[in-house]
Ligand binder design. Structure first.
Ligand SMILES: C[S@@+](CC[C@H](N)C(=O)[O-])C[C@H]1O[C@@H](n2cnc3c(N)ncnc32)[C@H](O)[C@@H]1O
Length: 234
């Protein structure tokens, strides 16, 4: 019988093969180093406010929750006890190892699934809440990922997100453009100048979001949008 964080359809999902990372991503040892360095490099930003932003957003998560790009699992401790199921989708093997360690300690009933946001191994209209924090900057085909999110969400479901975005200041946006290539190599494929909220709206989502700063982090990733989005009608 499914209990908190456990549910009937996840067994099918765990059978799905993982999605290969595209060749534009750094290869060799870097993904492993990046995964290990991820929490320490975010530590100050988490203390300076990101942890609170995660908590404020995720305490409203409901029902079956699917988090895309769960990374090392920094969100796991913020989900309310009342959710019925937690599925953590993460395509990177090194990140999944860190995630597994955290999940074991903090959310042993959660399920970790090796998949990408562009190909969610979930039935249509089967999810109440999709969570994306610092992920839509990194996915290779964000429009496809957003269509997948819309597909799996129930009509009254929600996408909850914290994403860093293209700066509104022309100077900072120019810096993001200039530093895009090296930053992308360094930061696991992250496009620091992506207009993620505009993309959500272009994909038909209705978005409510606030603009805040990711304090104590490099200026090119400082502009954050925190919000919720409802999917377009099917
Ligand atoms: C910057 S990390 C964010 C991790 C976590 N969500 C957080 O808030 O700390 C981006 C994550 O997205 C994952 N990712 C990259 N491409 C993805 C894709 N196409 N679909 C889902 N996740 C992806 C990466 O492996 C990485 O774990």
């Amino acid at each position: 019988m499914p209990g908190p964080y456990g549910g009937p359809y996840v067994d099918r999902m765990t059978e799905i093969a993982g999605t290969e990372l595209p060749p534009s991503r750094p290869a060799g040892a870097w993904p492993r180093i990046f995964a290990r360095a991820y929490d320490p490099s975010l530590w100050l930003g988490e203390l300076a406010g990101m942890r609170r932003l995660r908590n404020d957003l995720l305490r409203d998560a409901l029902g079956r929750v699917v988090e895309i790009g769960a990374g090392t699992g920094l969100n796991v401790e913020h989900y309310p006890d009342g959710i019925s199921e937690l599925v953590l989708v993460e395509p990177d093997a090194a990140m999944r190892r860190q995630l597994a360690t955290r999940v074991q300690r903090r959310a042993p009933r959660a399920h970790i699934v090796d998949a990408s946001a562009e190909h969610l191994p979930l039935p249509d209209a089967s999810v109440d809440t999709v969570v994306s924090t610092l992920v839509l900057c990194t996915v290779d085909e964000p429009d496809r990922a957003l269509r997948e999110i819309a597909r799996v969400l129930r009509p009254d479901g929600r996408l909850m997100f914290i994403e860093h975005v293209r700066a509104s200041s022309a100077f900072l946006a120019a810096c993001q453009d200039r530093l895009l290539a090296p930053w992308r190599l360094f930061a696991g494929g992250c496009r620091c100048n992506r207009q993620t909220v505009e993309l959500m709206r272009a994909c038909g989502f209705e978005v409510t979001a606030d603009s805040v700063a990711w304090r104590c982090m490099p200026p090119i990733v400082r502009p954050l949008m925190v919000g919720r989005a409802t999917p377009p009608s099917p």
